[in-house]
Design a protein around this ligand. Sequence first.
Ligand code: ATP
Ligand code: PAF
Length: 270
Amino acid sequence: MTFVSASITAFFSSKISDSPETTGSYGVGFTIDKGVRAEISEKEGVYLNGERVDFPTVSYVLEKLGGRGVELFSDVPISSGFGVSGASALATAIEVSMGKNLGHSFLELADLAHEAEVVNLTGLGDVVTQSHGGIVVRISPGCPSRAKVVRYLHRADVKFLVMGTLPTRDILSDEIKRKNINRLGKSLLKDFLKKPLMDCVFELSKKFAVESGLADEDVIDAIEAVESAGGKAGMVMLGKTVFAMDDSGVLEEFRGETFTARIASCGLSV
Ligand SMILES: Nc1ncnc2c1ncn2[C@@H]1O[C@H](COP(=O)(O)OP(=O)(O)OP(=O)(O)O)[C@@H](O)[C@H]1O
Ligand SMILES: CC(C)(CO)[C@@H](O)C(=O)[O-]
């Protein structure tokens, strides 16, 4: 069984080019101790938490490696900003390659999972974050073997409030939204690199969410409630999800599912 962490993006700027190797994102994200486990299966197709699902990003990996089927178990919700598609693609690639003794290097598999994300518009930088682990600053975009990152380690529990879904494809396929996101994401990345602290991850994420228009009233209300209680909060990209530290229990007062996870210094285990 292979485990790959969920990846939480605080803010980003997309770079879409004509090849998956040079497509990716700038931004800041982190891995947590919750994520996706994959196991190869004799049954054909993709199963997520026991149910057969249509999951083109994972099917792409299975096809490329000649795998028949995979069972995925996720302890975080899908389409809510946790990078379940990237984690599923990467865990599947590792499981199939190891199971069939195909002899791929780790970066070959990570690049394949990234390609599956880009082709299906389900993610740009999640597999890079998951390949490294910790707080991962993507300073140059691309596939895992090309992207340049700076990693920071931090010990903390983070609370999440999942208020709904926000399919990544809906945002990434909208050019006007993307232009605004890109300008903002790049300038916030410069700010973060001047002061690369966990508090700034929250502050810059909130700024990004509000100024890009990605945060709706529900998200802004929850972030402000945490701040009024003396904590820090931001919005998970791309989901209708808030992440917070020291919320004093206020997130439980909002409609949605809450859970806590620890920042993970590694992105995967086999
Ligand atoms: N039950 C399901 N609900 C939503 N999507 C599903 C489900 N099962 C499989 N999928 C597939 O999973 C993909 C979800 O991708 P998406 O990128 O939106 O989610 P994510 O990786 O969890 O979030 P994010 O990229 O924002 O961090 C979709 O392409 C969809 O085809
Ligand atoms: C585009 C994105 C925010 C979707 O989760 C993520 O892949 C990222 O940080 O590039």
